[in-house]
Design a protein. Structure first.
Length: 180
């Protein structure tokens, strides 16, 4: 394992739209963000590829490194097993977030990065406190940096940037169960 890099932070990115403003905010705070695109929850490889292309645009715009986790939808289906009929923002979503943040913590360790965060919290549809609790549970000996990127008009800023960059804009979280 590499030596820990103090100003590096691994940011889990759910999509290019949501990560645009968080990346710039982290840079302003003195961090060197490394983006981790890990989204086994996406219902098709086509959706994964569309969101990945948007993520690449954001990373090029910000001049940050991008690490892409292979698309393994089966991982999400196993995590969501028995929770398919849960309401949006229910236990299935918690398990999905836990899966992705656990993979983020593992990737941070592998890369020798001692801190991580997520762009998930920028969405007005996501609960900052719940995500923070899940992240701190999976962090183990890493530091989860809890930043509510929604504050100071973060959601508006990230949407503005995505429109300026002409990125693909999805209209659902990504899993097949939210499409119902």
């Amino acid at each position: 394992m590499e030596q820990k890099k103090d100003n590096k932070i691994l940011i889990h990115a759910c999509c290019g739209i949501c990560s645009g403003y968080p990346i710039s905010m982290l840079k302003e705070m003195g961090y060197e963000p490394v983006v981790y695109f890990c989204n086994p929850n996406l219902d098709t490889k086509e959706e994964f590829d569309k969101r990945l292309e948007a993520q690449k645009i954001v990373c090029m715009y910000h001049w940050v490194d991008l690490v892409v986790e292979e698309y393994k939808h089966q991982d999400f289906l196993l995590a969501a097993k028995g929770l398919e009929n849960e309401p949006e923002r229910g236990l299935r979503c918690d398990k999905c977030i836990e899966l992705r943040l656990k993979k983020t913590a593992q990737k941070a360790k592998e890369l020798g990065i001692s801190k991580f965060t997520t762009s998930l919290v920028i969405s007005p549809h996501k609960n900052f406190e719940k995500i923070t609790k899940i992240a701190k549970t999976v962090a183990q000996d890493l530091e989860y940096i809890a930043i509510d990127f929604k504050k100071k008009d973060g959601f508006l800023k990230t949407n503005k940037l995505s429109k300026e960059l002409g990125m693909y804009r999805q209209n659902y979280c990504g899993c097949e169960f939210t499409k119902r």
